[in-house]
Design a protein around this ligand. Structure first.
Ligand SMILES: [Zn+2]
Ligand SMILES: [Zn+2]
Length: 265
């Protein structure tokens, strides 16, 4: 496969995500949580292009390594079939365990300085909306592949249908990033919502280290990081000092931006 074919393939696979982000944009215009300028979306889409296109190459390499390691260990430990009545329990087990893994990885991203140096790019958005979903540093999927996804690969041998269903469910990640007024009040523990996840992205110190959940806030409840949003609570988002990437170079080298700035005068 040539690089152009590879890029076209990645772009093609990103179409459902882009479609969903556009749909979300319509709702964000109608019911915005805060007034935002459209320029921020261009920065996010640029970050996303770097993330999903250019460095899908890296993910490709680490995915191959992960598959090799899993095959070397004799395949996943627990089979998750998708035939007949197996489908629903298999899907539930796979989804719950992966979401727990995502929760743990996310806690590590905030706890370990080297991981936070990358994850802070996601948090640096001072105008969070659906386009923030894939505003991530390009190296992160590679790290996830050789840690979280390797562990899940060793644990489970899922039917490809289960993996496909989980990938579709993963598109839900767009929803909690939307700039809309939607929360579930006292039922906030049921599923991640824009209001619940906004507290995780909050710039205010009283909100630091809460609401790490990907899909199910029940993991925040279980591990003591749950914070139920108050009625009408939609705090400003961003990292301390409002630090944002100054250009494409800083998106590409986000963890090294301090040095770049010093050298640049
Ligand atoms: Zn985070
Ligand atoms: Zn987020």
């Amino acid at each position: 496969m040539t690089l152009a074919q590879f890029a076209a393939d990645v772009a093609w696979k990103s179409l459902p995500l882009l479609g969903l982000i556009m749909l979300a944009g319509l709702a964000e215009r109608r019911w915005p949580a805060e007034a935002q300028r459209w320029r921020g979306r261009a920065v996010n889409l640029g970050c996303m292009a770097v993330y999903v296109l250019g460095f899908a190459l890296l993910q490709q390499g680490t995915a191959a390594l992960t598959v090799l390691a899993v095959n070397g260990a004799g395949g996943g430990w627990l089979a998750l079939p998708a035939d007949g009545w197996h489908l629903l329990p298999s899907f539930l087990v796979y989804t719950l365990v992966l979401d727990l893994g995502e929760y743990a990885f996310h806690r590590a991203q905030h706890r370990i300085p080297a991981l936070w140096a990358m994850h802070s790019l996601h948090h640096s958005d001072t105008a969070m909306n659906a386009t923030t979903t894939d505003r991530h540093f390009w190296l992160e999927p590679g790290i996830k592949m050789v840690t979280l996804y390797l562990a899940v690969g060793l644990l489970f041998k899922p039917d490809p249908v289960i993996v496909g269903m989980y990938a579709v469910l993963g598109l839900y990640n767009v929803v909690p990033h939307m700039n809309v007024r939607w929360g579930l009040g006292r039922a906030a523990f049921l599923i991640n919502t824009p209001q619940f996840h906004r507290l995780h992205h909050s710039m205010l110190p009283q909100h630091y280290d809460c609401n790490f959940a990907g899909l199910f806030p029940v993991f925040d409840l279980l591990f003591g990081t749950y914070r139920q949003p108050a009625a009408g609570e939609y705090p400003p988002t961003g990292i301390a000092g409002g630090d944002v990437p100054a250009g494409v170079l800083e998106v590409l080298a986000w963890p090294l931006r301090g040095r770049l700035r010093k050298n640049g005068g």
